[in-house]
Every structure is written in C-alpha cells, then in structure tokens.
Design a protein around this ligand. Structure first.
Ligand code: ADP
Length: 210
C-alpha cells in the first residue's frame, strides 16, 4: 500500500528539527532527506560514479567522497553545473527517500525536507506539505544562539532560502512556532491525529487547511 506521506519544511531556525522529534515521539516515521543526500556523496556513495563521470575524477577527495569545497566553488560560479549536479542527485535522493518510506514501520511517514519549497517537485510527491513557521526575527535569534553565528551570517543563509511568504503559500498545514515550546504540543497532537486518520488506507485528502 502506498504510504501516507507528509513533507515537513521550514526556514533555518524555525524549529523544524524540534517538530520532527515531536512527531517521532508520537510514532511517526521520519525520513531525513539531508542525511540521505549526504550519504549519496559520502565515501563511495551511490551517486559518486555518476558525479565523477559528469564532472571528472578530480572531484573525488582522498576518501572517495565528493570534494564538497571544490563542487561548491564550481556551482557557485556556474549555474549550469548546479543544474547538472541536481539532475544526478535529485532523482537518486527521491528514490532513496521513497525506498526508506516503504520500509518505515510508523503509521505514516514524515519527510524532513529543509529545501522542499526551493527544490520544486516535492510538493506534488507528498500528500501534505507541513510548514513550521515563525517570524524572521525569531529565526535569527534562534540560529545565532544555536550555532554561535553573527546576524550577518544567519541573514546570508536566510536570503538563500525561500521567503517566509513563499513557504506559507506552499503549505497545506502550518505549525506556528512563534511562541513557547509548550505551545507546539497541542498543534502537533492535532496534526498527528489528522494524519493518523488519513493513513488508514485513504489515498486522497481534501487539499484544505485544518
Ligand atoms: P531548524 O531545524 O528549523 O533549524 P531547530 O528545531 O533546530 O530549527 O530550532 C532552532 C533552535 O531554536 C534550537 O536550538 C531549538 O531548541 C530552539 N527553539 C525552537 N523552537 C523554539 C521555541 N518555540 N522557543 C525557544 N526555542 C526554540
């Protein structure tokens, strides 16, 4: 049976990891797409042969992993290279994510996808898009505190991500994380029950906000 899938996203510092953990505590299966993406280009990762065939053997580091600094420099200066890299990685990431979802034991599966809005086709591949939202000033404060970064550094990361408005526009469901952590609990409980109700075999769901 096809699994009921939720794409969870949010800007850096929105509280996405915290929210994913709360769903996991309630029994949802979580698939970490960043981890899957990293594994593909880790030492002897499944994407390495294709990446090296496309970009050349000198993009492999001493351990057999992708030379990330070198690739970052290339895609920064060459948007075409970025597209070629994504053309290799994105289908492999999707395949691995759905393979992991098939093996999941929870009643439904949450895909943790930081760049869901930015990377296009995810929205049409999950049953619900769940956005963790908070004001940008809170994102700034939380990331500065968590990572010890300056305001400028956090702003630079945020400006490379989708805007708050664009993320909200892509949302089917929203978790408001502009308050205390305790204020998340009733929201997560409500969504968990909603997702449970739709994971019992129903394949369609009204594209309507709760
Ligand atoms: P993301 O995964 O979206 O980058 P995290 O879940 O790691 O964000 O949250 C960012 C930081 O802010 C973490 O240190 C987290 O503990 C903290 N945080 C998240 N939500 C709240 C909140 N409502 N109140 C206070 N701190 C929070």
């Amino acid at each position: 049976m096809e699994r009921f899938t939720v794409g969870l996203t949010g800007g850096i510092g929105s509280g996405k990891s915290l929210v994913a953990k709360m769903f996991a505590e309630r029994g949802a299966s979580i698939v970490d797409t960043d981890q899957i993406a990293r594994a593909l280009t880790a030492p002897h990762g499944a994407a390495m042969p294709a990446v090296l065939a496309e970009f050349g053997a000198d993009f492999e580091d001493r351990d057999g992993a992708l030379d990330r600094a070198k690739m970052r420099a290339l895609v920064f200066s060459d948007p075409g290279a970025k597209r070629r890299l994504e053309a290799i990685l994105h289908p492999m990431i999707r395949e691995a994510v759905f393979a992991e979802a098939q093996l999941a034991t929870g009643p439904y599966v949450i895909f943790d996808i930081p760049l869901l809005v930015e990377s296009g086709s995810w929205k049409s591949r999950v049953h619900r898009v769940l956005v963790v939202d908070c004001p940008e000033t809170l994102q700034l404060q939380r990331v500065m505190a968590r990572n010890g970064l300056s305001e400028e550094q956090v702003r630079a990361i945020m400006s490379a991500q989708a805007s708050r408005q664009a993320r909200l526009a892509a949302a089917d469901d929203i978790v408001d994380n502009s308050g205390e952590i305790a204020a998340l609990l009733p929201q997560i409980d409500r969504l968990h029950h909603f997702y449970l109700a739709f994971s019992g075999g129903r394949q369609t769901i009204d594209k309507q906000r709760l």
